[in-house]
Ligand binder design. Structure first.
Ligand code: CP
Length: 304
């Protein structure tokens, strides 16, 4: 791999190799290794045009643990605010000899545009573009599920909430279907569901009680308010009653069902606090796996 902008069409063996690499990174860290000098002398740039806590921090940690230098580009104090165009910013930064650009942008397709414009030798990693893709989130979600339920062929997974605006849902579907999951259910109110043709590999179910019945993992999604018109925002109390994950709803899933959420979570809107913090919650495990998956991706793309 040279770039990672989406998981769509990525072969199963590539995804499995990245998950295996992430496990190897996790094992090395569990045995006390704090630094693996795989990327010594390499420079990685975090270029985030949208806010982030988990992705940006874990990419930084991942790169540092591999011995790379990290530059966190601060958009708020950059010349982008003086009208500099994206590609001028890109070429300016490239002139400082970068090895990888990790980009998050509200416009879908921006990472691929950067690939087309980037100088040879620079790898582009998508940290989330619009509602299109968040490939490292898809990988870390797949890794979290694999650690508990490795039998992908026989898994049922429900992805619930604002699917329409979710890049996480898209990358999760790409990862899980490539790994062999046959029963993927997408659930949300009609106004927040994608067109069925976009997801021929999934079942679209509007009723949450029906969608969660017997599943092995449920991935809850945040309302992506930043991608909605003000008039499309659902009433939050009514939304929670119909689409919030509480203990009663979780009881409809298979015993021990994994509760997942990419974060940030909105307590009392898409998930009840006692479920988010409960014994079945894997949410913080997902965050921890994010570091190992990002180490794996950086290693795969940049190691000589
Ligand atoms: N899951 C995720 O992308 O979280 P951040 O927006 O905090 O990076």
């Amino acid at each position: 791999l040279r770039h990672l902008t989406t998981l769509e069409h990525l072969p199963r063996e590539t995804i499995e190799r990245l998950l295996d690499r992430a496990m190897a990174m996790r094992d090395a860290c569990a045995h006390g290794t704090r630094k693996i000098d795989l990327l010594a002398g390499r420079t990685v740039l975090n270029l985030f045009f949208e806010p982030s806590t988990r992705t940006r921090t874990s990419f930084e940690l991942a790169a540092r643990r591999l011995g790379a230098d990290v530059v966190n580009f601060d958009i708020g104090f950059s010349s982008a605010n003086k009208g500099e165009e994206l590609y001028d910013t890109l070429h300016t930064l490239e002139a400082m000899h970068l090895d990888a650009i990790i980009v998050r942008h509200k416009v879908s397709g921006t990472p691929d545009e950067l690939v087309r414009h980037a100088m040879s030798g620079v790898s582009v990693i998508n940290a989330g573009d619009g509602n299109r893709a968040h490939p490292t989130q898809g990988l870390l979600d797949a890794l979290t599920i694999r650690q508990h339920r490795p039998d992908f062929e026989n898994l049922s997974v429900a992805i619930c909430g604002d699917v329409k605006h979710s890049r996480v849902a898209r990358s999760d579907v790409h990862a899980l279907s490539a790994l062999g999951v046959r029963d993927i259910r997408l659930c949300g109110p009609a106004s927040l569901m994608p067109a069925a043709e976009e997801f021929p590999q999934c079942r679209l179910i509007e009723d949450f009680d029906q969608a969660i019945e017997g599943v092995d993992a449920v991935i809850m999604l945040r309302l992506q308010k930043e991608r909605m018109a003000q008039t499309d925002l659902p009433d939050e109390a009514a939304y929670f009653r119909q689409y919030g994950l509480d203990t009663a709803r979780l009881a409809r899933a298979r015993k021990g069902c994994l509760v997942m959420h990419p974060g940030p979570i909105n307590r009392g809107i898409e998930i009840a606090s006692d479920v988010a913090d409960g014994a079945q919650s894997r949410i913080l495990e997902q965050v921890g796996n994010g570091v190992f998956v990002r180490m794996a991706v950086l290693g795969e793309l940049l190691a000589r």
